[in-house]
Design a protein around this ligand. Sequence first.
Ligand code: ZN
Length: 300
Amino acid sequence: MYAMKVSDRVYLLDTYAIGVPGTVGAYLVKGPKPALVDCGYASSYENVLAGLAEAGVKPSEVRYVIPTHVHLDHGGAAGRLLREMPNAEVFAHERGVPHLVDPTRLVESSTRVFGKAIMDLYGAPEPVPADRITAVGKEAHLDLGDGVTITMMHSPGHAPHQISLMLDGTKALLTADAVGIVYPGMKALIPTTPPPSFNPSELVATIGTLRQTTPSELLVPHFGTRKDVQWVFDKTAELVLKWVDEVKVLWKQKMTLDQAAEEMEKGVTRDAGMGDLPIYAKVSVRTSVMGIMHYLDKNA
Ligand SMILES: [Zn+2]
């Protein structure tokens, strides 16, 4: 199943990232002018099209494509999908737009983070034509018709160019990676603190800003809908700061990334109540530890 109905208007699309279900989601908001929020990896674009089909939306009907940020699991497939969506325009934060138009530097930095073999699995993003993009600043509004409106809000911290989206009617909040990862069937929350631009104080400030919008539920890319809004906000803010403190100790001990990641996995495994973490959860932990170490290298 590629599309799961969240509400009358909203579908969660499972992009089956590198074949794994329940890890990287996108959201479809239906209306006279449907909006696709996030796109998955470049290599997942056919799964997104399958999700749209299941949700009853033709690619030519999609009017808005909104990568919440340019990381490859969110914006990777945007360029490829636009070729199938002749009537769609892209909305993205102004600081992300240059990377959508020319993904060269994004691919270089992602290859440094993940390695060439993994990058081949994720797929290389195609450029998005500049004349199809509208840049978003601090806040912007979209009208999907039939009374469906969306507020796009700058939500930095995970990345400086990230936006989160509020569905104004139901107050469902599309968080992007402003909140931590909770994989289906795993109780543990993993902070989303990747390189190269994670900033802890901005991330915690963003949690405060999003909290003030009083969402009724959270639509999280990794992965699924959450009604326990306060728990997710509380746990994200708590664990981001805790992880920075804990990784700082390991960083001062001159641990390697792999050693530090293994240390941090222990707490996640305990919280998850599991004997061993699935590989994709280990990758998430390692990426977040890498982002914190990178932040410490630059700022401590
Ligand atoms: Zn992500």
